[in-house]
Design a protein around this ligand. Structure first.
Ligand code: AMP
Ligand code: MG
Length: 491
């Protein structure tokens, strides 16, 4: 936990033998963000909860933090991440943001806080952030709580994306807290929970937007120095470090957008307060994986104009990066920022093409053949309106090595859409035929490796929730997580 100089040590009440032996409380917390000073956050306390039931523990994340899961008991999770009373203070981070295109200066951590920061075994600094831990100065009339269903949806999204190779925050714990919540978008009363997630950073584009709104060049520069020191340290000694940081953020964000698009993920709320300064995917609300390939698919019921539709995501990421130039321009020459943004399209196309060709079974491929195969595939997917994920699994199941010699042997991975199938088969055959013999043997293996059996489609989530809601049966939830962790296994 963060203990600020001069703050009373509120933890002493819990300084029992048990907490002294709680590995989660004994982690080597590093007060990096708090050391920036209180221009960037408010000190807050957590809500007390009537009940504490551990519903999910992220053992993989424990290992990353250097802990052996066998030494961390469920009661340790509950003590550290469910019973916050008498501990803290914690940091509600201040930020603003563009929400659906409108500037909102009334944001900030309204139902969560920065619990602490800790080094992973990889040497990187990780934030431990809460969601649903009580009200803060930014709650704006909200209850500061998270529904259990919302919490389990975030756990499922982060597990699914991580195991599909998308750079994402991870879920460390989900604790049901025994309160009844009222929500417009869930049958109410509904159950409550508190989530703890790890992320590279909870600093958002909107954290900088707030500093521009306040006309604080000094605080912008200080925050930029912090971001570079902790997350882009390879630029720390460079005279052009701010411009280099921005250019790398552009490249990383383009890569993240490409990852979402290839795995068929729609984040659904790409406001600038949900865009990470480390280009990590986080904050999973009304997200959805696409069923069929439909660029217009919109996941949030309140997104009336499809602003954050599946197909708009690369464009929106680019627009958000452009919006970030406004605060950064207080410190970085505008021409450097423009040059940085210019790398977006090439990064996006490069990463998206590579990922999609891998889903089609290919590694290195002649760029012209690769581009025409990708183009023909997207046209075929759109025309057939077959399941996006089913298409690739069907291709993996049907693939035979003789396809390389015999175009006529190539069978359709989707029903119908004959007029789009022919050009696809032609492009697929030409790509296969271009491969050296040894390389063509790896196509089948790649098809299996890059196309998941288990996809987190909405009906799967609803089935998990129905069992919990009706019978408090958590088996389906744990089974689904098990399958998401082994996406390439049929069982
Ligand atoms: P989100 O849509 O989760 O990214 O949140 C947008 C803003 O609304 C952030 O400032 C949140 O902290 C705040 N917020 C969302 N839900 C609640 C809630 N139940 N209580 C208080 N603040 C909330
Ligand atoms: Mg958010």
């Amino acid at each position: 936990m963060l203990r600020l100089d001069g703050e009373p040590d509120l933890e002493c009440a819990l300084d029992t033998d048990a907490s002294a032996h709680n590995p989660l409380l004994q982690l080597d917390y590093e007060p990096a963000f708090s050391a920036l000073g209180n221009d960037y956050y408010d000190l807050v306390a957590a809500a007390p909860f009537p009940e504490h039931r551990l519903r999910f523990r992220g053992d993989g994340v424990l290992r990353l933090l250097g802990l052996d899961p066998a030494t961390v008991g469920d009661e340790h999770f509950i003590e550290a991440f469910g019973r916050f009373e008498g501990r803290g203070p914690f940091l509600a981070m201040r930020y603003h943001g563009y929400q659906f295109g409108e500037y909102n200066p009334h944001l900030g951590d309204g139902r969560g806080f920065l619990y602490g920061q800790v080094r992973g075994l990889d040497g990187e600094l990780y934030d431990l952030g809460t969601k649903g831990s009580g009200t803060t100065p930014y709650s704006r009339g909200g209850d500061g709580r998270l529904t259990l269903k919302g919490g389990l949806r975030e756990v499922l999204a982060s597990e699914a994306l991580h195991h599909l190779g998308v750079r994402t925050s991870r879920s460390l714990s989900l604790i049901e807290t025994g309160e009844a919540l009222w929500r417009g978008d869930e049958p109410s009363p509904t159950r409550s929970a508190v989530l703890v997630r790890t992320s590279r950073s909870h600093i958002r584009f909107g954290t900088f937007e707030r500093l521009h709104y306040l006309k604080r060049k000094d605080l912008t520069q200080k925050l930029l120095d912090y971001v570079i020191a902790y997350y882009y340290p390879h630029y720390a000694a460079e005279p052009e470090r701010y411009a280099l940081f921005y250019r790398e953020l552009v490249g990383r964000t383009a890569e993240l957008a490409a990852q979402w698009m290839a795995v068929g993920f729609t984040h659904a709320v790409l406001n600038t307060d949900n865009m990470s300064i480390c280009a990590e995917s986080f904050d999973y609300g009304p997200y959805a994986f696409i069923d069929t390939f439909d660029p217009g698919f919109t996941a949030a019921y309140f997104d009336h104009y499809g602003r954050y539709s599946y197909g708009n995501q690369p464009l929106i990421c680019r627009l958000n990066l452009e919006a970030l130039q406004i605060p950064l321009a207080m410190v970085v020459p505008a021409s450097d920022l423009e040059a940085g943004l210019a790398v977006f399209d090439a990064h996006y196309t490069g990463h998206y093409t590579a990922r999609m060709l891998a889903k089609l079974g290919f590694g290195a491929l002649d760029p012209g053949l690769g581009a025409s195969l990708l183009n023909a595939t997207l046209l075929y997917l759109e025309a057939a309106q077959a399941g996006y994920h089913d298409f690739f699994r069907a291709l993996a199941a049907a693939f035979e090595r003789r396809w390389r010699e015999d175009q006529g042997a190539i069978v359709a991975p989707a029903a119908g859409a004959q007029e789009a199938f022919e050009p696809w088969r032609d492009a697929y055959f030409r790509a296969l035929a271009s491969l050296p013999e040894a390389e063509s043997e790896r196509v089948g293996e790649r098809l299996h490796r890059h196309n998941p059996f288990t996809v987190l489609l909405r009906p799967a989530i609803e089935a998990v929730w129905a069992a919990i809601d009706q019978d408090d049966d958590w088996q389906l939830f744990h089974d689904l997580i098990g399958r998401l962790r082994r996406p390439n296994s049929a069982s």
